[in-house]
Design a protein around this ligand. Structure first.
Ligand code: ADP
Length: 201
């Protein structure tokens, strides 16, 4: 297992994926919470079995995969069902993330989690790294990337920890208001820092 685990987070559209790829290009291994969240409900998984037992086979698409949209709609309007689902999936996601981190062997590893602070997963990492962006720029970038309305983006932003909350909890911050090359420079600097910390552990 990598000796040092860095938790990378930031609001929707802040640039987490872009930053994670820059670290990956340096040979740093990533564990991505969004990917893990899909893996624990993949066809054949215990997670999918429990969900289809609980909600019925209608929650499956014809190819046997989870109908994520149907599930999202279902738990959106029913807090007790959302609670049931979170109680099922959060421990599964957490233990699968730990299992994957355990398999990493780069000098340090990065755990990419959109809701790192919100879900208390900052406890799993040694350092937290927040990709920071203003709400205005966030709105612009998400609108350019995804086919979503301004209201939908605003709802997602409102459901996540505020910018100031994330910044106050961050050990390190990447300012992503600038160009791609400004981003690369910040990643290079942090990479050197994390290498040095990992070496001295
Ligand atoms: P997240 O994973 O946090 O949702 P992404 O890495 O997907 O964010 O970035 C959101 C969008 O903004 C993507 O389309 C990405 O290409 C773009 N983007 C990221 N960084 C910059 C930047 N510095 N300047 C302009 N666009 C950027």
């Amino acid at each position: 297992m990598a000796k040092l685990i860095v938790g990378l987070t930031g609001g929707i559209g802040s640039g987490k994926t872009t930053v994670a790829e820059l670290f990956a290009e340096k040979g740093i291994e990533l564990v991505d919470a969004d990917i893990v969240a899909r893996e624990v409900v993949a066809p054949g998984s215990l997670g999918l079995q429990k969900i289809s037992q609980h909600f019925g086979e209608n929650i499956l698409l014809s190819n046997g995969e989870l109908d994520r949209k149907a599930l999202r709609d279902l738990v959106f309007s029913q807090p007790e069902q959302r609670h049931w689902l979170n109680e099922l999936l959060h421990p599964m996601i957490r233990s699968e993330m730990l299992r994957q981190l355990d398999e990493t062997c780069s000098s340090y590893a990065i755990l990419v989690v959109p809701l790192l602070f919100e879900n208390g997963l900052d406890r799993l990492v040694n350092y937290t790294l927040v990709v920071d962006i203003s709400p205005q720029e966030q709105m612009k970038r998400v609108a350019a990337r995804d086919d979503v309305s301004a209201e939908q983006v605003q709802r997602i932003i409102d459901s996540q920890a505020s910018r100031s909350d994330k910044l106050s909890k961050a050990d390190d911050v990447i300012d992503n208001h600038g160009t791609q090359s400004a981003l690369i420079q910040q990643v290079d600097k942090l990479h050197q820092k994390y290498l040095q910390i990992a070496e001295n552990l």
